[in-house]
Design a protein around this ligand. Structure first.
Ligand SMILES: Nc1ncnc2c1ncn2[C@@H]1O[C@H](COP(=O)(O)OP(=O)(O)OP(=O)(O)O)[C@@H](O)[C@H]1O
Length: 862
């Protein structure tokens, strides 16, 4: 970039972070001058200039049409102009790197180069309304000094909970043993040979999982995971932070924690933080104030402290903050693996199929959802679950997205409730949204007083679906836990896997539940999936049913070592891959234990094609009803009629604001809003297109900040959308929040527009790139129309996305940014390397290296 040999390149454009920037707010063409000035003492030949990558929206011209064969002499003191035209056609941020080549008149000299970065930003009103509220300034991570301290206990949120459920079954601490750090070091370094008990632990990890080593192996894996969590949570410690008093509740203090809504760090209601007054830090002995989390609101925490602390609190007081993580979730898993052994669940967890199948034919079932009767696999699965043919082995319902796993499970639960008078059912899922969905699907056919949805205190009441308010444990603004006896009266309890642990603690006896169902079982670590099983299921009499798809989102873990030794394998996947009862034989799967569903009833066949080929060996059959999946096949905004899939390429910018580490992309938001308005306002009910309401549309994006900005754009900025009837029911959420869900129309905003942040995505397991499972879930939620808005160049660096974009292009579904002549960073790097090479090697062949770095398109033009 440096000016060289007296040549300076300046322009009329504003310089921002070493870039020449032009910012416009309207369509049109904009001309700006670049100045090549000779400030040296001798003549210089201007031999060439070229953008290193071709951008259709930029044009460069000069009066003499400089070429190598016809260079322009620039004498000392002279300035020569190059005209840049920016064609603003579509909102976005467009960047170009331009290389200028010169040669001094001395014949023996070699060419030299100067590079300039040019960025053009075409923004509209919405982009401006959503712009960063203040520049991004990452917060400094600090390791707090080891000082002696005492802890001042804070105010817990639980105080308002009506708790009639006793604590009958002990939950021990399961503290991480001291040797775990040494073991971690040894396991990370293959050259180190462990001795004594560390050797025993290493051998335990290397021995295949069996019922004999079940609890010991899982305890060890969980400790390894916890050790990594402890290291990771320290990254979030903060210095010199201030708090403010909450406006609604003066007893709470508000602390800003950017990233908390994306689980960076993960903080739930009821967790606690430790705060030390900054001014006390030099003291030999300090007090750490415990603040309990009463609410998590986007990037803010509302904390409850002791009254002593509150009376000494003054605004702008500075603190050091240490995050802790809630060990409860680890402890519940430790207890579960122990209870699995104590309750002898060997035939459930390592089934051998030793018991004879029940004989005799049962009368045929009349299903609530008659459509399932037409699918032999689903119908058989429901009958087999009701008959309990796999007992004590678990019954598995697995298959790709939209094949009806959840509806099969729900139908089986309804049939059990109807046909087996003594049936008591526990229905679980790893996430709240999946558990809510189970409950919502049960309600149309089961009396609401027979079903009870139990939430943990950490669940924000605002997120509870209105349809479940009458059958859950939220009472007014507070949660309650009914007594054991009251809970045992319900025929069906629905909860997350973790919250099922409270039922174990509450002393519900093993064998009370005749059937336990776990949906989305591929999403949970085995030790998590069994929290609601171990201690509640009696192996000889109970029936366990697992449903899921190992190709969708799996467990999220922190420790590479725990993953290496198998903690990332879900119970569902372990049974399917390691247990002979669940393997595919010559005649397919054994229907006594497993049903594989392969008929997709959700999506238009064009939407299914890529996930089907990439993740399901093409086995998936598109069986959704033609009428409903074709509703948008004639939509006027489709690039190609009959292909209800759009990839809209945009050239945006991934931005951050304030101290939030999360990303957003306002150019993509503009496009998403455009499509939303086309769907809801301009083409509603037009030309054979069915009417659609906001609840039938879902917007998926991987970053929390983009979720927040999209919601703001829809509910606050756009004057037509914000007053649109039912707009609050339009769900905008992360992929995790959409797992198990479907919508008639799905719009995906991928956000990423810069290669430099891809490592952050990989490190924190966020974003879409390098994450096939997240891609799979997002792409398989739409029934009749899928619109993906993203930067095709960045996404194409990932083989899965590249194939998807190619597919859309081949089928005519690609639109937006003209890609034909745009290349990725790799090509630019090659061209920059070509420049440097020539300088480094000091070769002067008399031939310019320009051919090596100029874009072919540019050469043709010249
Ligand atoms: N036999 C069937 N006939 C018609 N429609 C069906 C049938 N089975 C399921 N469906 C419909 O297919 C859609 C997907 O079903 P469901 O959500 O149960 O699938 P899933 O396998 O659990 O999906 P995911 O893996 O994405 O969670 C739903 O709209 C459901 O009503």
């Amino acid at each position: 970039m440096a000016d060289k040999n007296g040549i300076q390149i300046t322009s009329e454009l504003e310089m921002v972070n070493d870039k020449m920037c032009i910012c416009v707010e309207r369509e049109g063409s904009y001309e700006r001058k670049l100045f090549v000035e000779n400030k040296g003492g001798s003549d210089v030949e201007f031999t060439y200039y070229s953008p290193l990558q071709w951008m259709h929206c930029f044009k460069f011209e000069d009066s003499a049409r400089v070429t190598r064969n016809d260079p322009r002499l620039i004498s000392p003191g002279e300035t020569y102009e190059v005209k840049l035209t920016f064609f603003a056609e579509d909102v976005g941020v467009f960047a170009s790197t331009v290389a200028f080549e010169f040669k001094s008149t001395d014949l023996s000299s070699r060419p030299f180069h100067i590079v300039r970065f040019i960025e053009a930003d075409f923004r509209n009103q919405l982009v401006m309304a959503l712009a960063p509220v203040e520049p991004y300034k990452p917060f400094r991570l600090s390791s707090l000094p080891n000082v002696k301290y005492n802890v001042d206990e804070g105010q817990k949120p639980q105080s308002q909970v009506l708790n009639r459920l006793e604590y009958e079954v002990l939950l021990q601490d399961y503290n991480c043993p001291g040797y775990i750090n040494d073991l971690t070091t040894i396991l990370k370094d293959a050259s180190r040979v462990p001795r004594g008990h560390l050797q025993d632990k290493k051998s335990l990890l290397e021995t295949p999982l069996s019922f004999q080593n079940y609890a010991d192996r899982f305890h060890l894996l969980l400790y390894l995971e916890e050790a990594q969590m402890l290291v990771d949570i320290k990254r979030y410690n903060k210095e010199n932070v201030t708090m403010t008093q909450d406006k609604q509740n003066k007893k709470l203090l508000e602390l800003e924690v950017p990233g908390v809504s994306e689980n960076r760090p993960s903080v739930l209601r009821g967790d606690h933080l430790l705060l030390t007054k900054s001014k006390d830090l030099n003291l030999p002995f300090v007090t750490k104030y415990k603040g309990y989390v009463h609410r998590v609101e986007l990037d803010k925490l509302k904390l409850g402290f002791s009254s002593k602390f509150l009376s000494s609190f003054i605004n702008n007081m500075k603190f050091q903050v240490e995050f802790t993580f809630n060990r409860l979730l680890m402890r519940l898993q430790h207890r579960a693996v122990q209870l699995a052994v104590d309750h002898n669940l060997e035939e459930v967890l390592f089934p051998t199929g030793s018991t004879a199948p029940s004989s005799g034919t049962k009368p045929p079932l009349k299903l609530f959802d008659r459509t399932l009767e037409k699918n032999h696999e689903q119908y058989t699965a429901v009958c087999n679950i009701v008959e309990g043919v796999s007992k004590p082995a678990p019954y598995l319902v697995f298959g790709p997205p939209g094949t009806g796993k959840t509806v099969t499970m729900v139908e089986a639960i309804k049939q059990l409730e109807k046909c087996i008078p003594g049936a008591r059912i526990l229905a679980c899922a790893p996430s709240n949204s999946a558990a809510d969905q189970l409950c919502e699907k049960l309600l149309p056919h089961v009396d609401s007083h027979k079903v009870y949805r139990i939430y943990a205190l950490s669940r924000s009441p605002a997120e509870i679906p209105p349809s479940l308010l009458d059958c859950c444990n939220l009472s007014g603004d507070d949660y309650e836990y009914p007594s054991k006896e009251e809970l045992m009266d319900y025929k069906i309890l629905v909860t997350t896997a973790y919250t099922a642990g409270r039922l174990v603690t509450g002393g519900l006896p093993a064998g009370h539940f005749t059937h336990i169902f776990v949906d989305e079982a591929g999403h949970a670590v085995e030790s998590e999936a069994i929290i609601g099983i171990a201690g509640l299921l009696r192996a000889e009499t109970g029936q366990l049913v697992l449903a899921g798809d190992p190709k969708q989102l799996g467990p999220i873990l922190r420790s590479p070592i725990a993953i290496q030794y198998g903690l990332g394998l879900s119970l569902l996947e372990r049974l399917m891959t390691k247990n002979p009862l669940y393997q595919k034989g010559e005649t397919g799967f054994n229907p006594r234990y497993v049903t594989k569903l392969l008929q997709n009833y959700r999506s238009h066949r064009s939407i299914l094609k890529i996930p089907n080929e990439m993740f399901y060996d093409g086995e998936l059959q598109a069986r959704a009803d033609e009428y409903s999946t074709s509703l948008y096949c004639n939509w006027e905004h489709l690039p190609k009629r009959g292909f209800p899939l759009i990839f809209h390429g945009v050239q945006g910018k991934d931005e951050r604001e304030s101290s939030s580490p999360s990303f957003f992309n306002t150019t993509e938001i503009t496009k998403v809003i455009d499509y939303l308005k086309k769907l809801l306002l301009t083409t509603q009910g037009k030309k054979g297109i069915a009417k659609i309401s906001p609840k039938d549309i879902g917007i998926i994006t991987p970053y929390r900040k983009q979720v927040e900005k999209l919601r703001k754009a829809i509910r606050m900025c756009d004057k037509e959308l914000k007053v649109f009837k039912g707009i609050d029911e339009l769900k905008v959420g992360s992929v995790e929040e959409f797992q198990g869900q479907e919508r008639r129309v799905i719009i995906v905003s991928t956000v990423r527009s810069s290669g430099e942040y891809i490592n952050i995505d990989t490190d924190f397991n966020i974003g879409f790139l390098n994450n096939e499972k997240r891609f799979n879930v997002a792409m398989t939620r739409a029934k009749s129309l899928l619109i993906v808005v993203g930067n095709p160049i960045i996404l194409s660096s990932d083989s899965t996305w590249s194939r998807f974009i190619q597919y859309c292009t081949d089928e005519g579904g690609y639109t937006g940014m003209n890609r034909t002549n745009i290349e990725g960073t790799d090509e630019i790097i090659v061209r920059i390397a070509a420049l440097s090479l020539q300088m480094a090697e000091e070769v002067d062949t008399g031939e310019s290296s320009i051919q090596a770095y100029a874009h072919p398109e540019w050469r043709n033009e010249q």
